[in-house]
Design a protein around this ligand. Structure first.
Ligand code: ZN
Length: 158
């Protein structure tokens, strides 16, 4: 990777890790889930508001953990807003591939802008123990989407 691109990615992760976006509890959330990554000690609660036709109207999280887990959750909540549940799950599938391999063969087809926003975390594939930090938010998102209103689901990145 070019050094200036690596620096830019590093800057995005540090910025989102220090000042996570959408870091709050959502009152009257339609879906919620807790995520736990015992390998690193990352924990988060995720809250979603859904529209009647199944779009994600709002997404927010609270928690504590390493910079990568917080940056990933911050970027995830920004990226899935306005998406359908199916699109959000597709983004999660691609993101997990990106985090594990550093590449995303499908990323040119649909949702390309969204995947570009998630690229700063692609570098974690070089540090296998940190992949779970990056994917925790997306596991937690899936748990929340698969849940029912009023139910709080648990997700683990293991
Ligand atoms: Zn972590």
């Amino acid at each position: 990777m070019f050094d200036d691109l690596r620096d830019l990615y590093q800057e995005v992760i540090l910025d989102h890790g220090r000042k996570p976006r959408n870091f709050r509890r959502l009152e009257n959330a339609d879906r919620s889930a807790r995520g736990d990554n015992p390998m690193c000690g990352d924990r988060m609660g995720l809250f979603l508001k859904l529209t009647p036709d199944g779009h994600i109207a709002d997404a927010a999280f609270q928690g504590r953990g390493c910079a990568i887990s917080m940056a990933s959750a911050s970027l995830m909540t920004e990226t899935v807003k306005g998406k359908t549940a199916a699109e959000a799950e597709e983004l999660g599938t691609r993101f997990r591939g990106l985090a594990m391999t550093g590449t995303c063969p499908d990323c040119g087809t649909g949702l390309a802008d969204e995947m570009e926003r998630l690229q700063p975390l692609s570098g974690v594939h070089e540090y296998p123990s940190r992949v779970k930090c990056a994917t925790l938010a997306w596991h937690t998102l899936n748990a929340a989407l698969e849940g029912t209103p009023g139910e709080e689901r648990m997700a683990s990145s293991e």
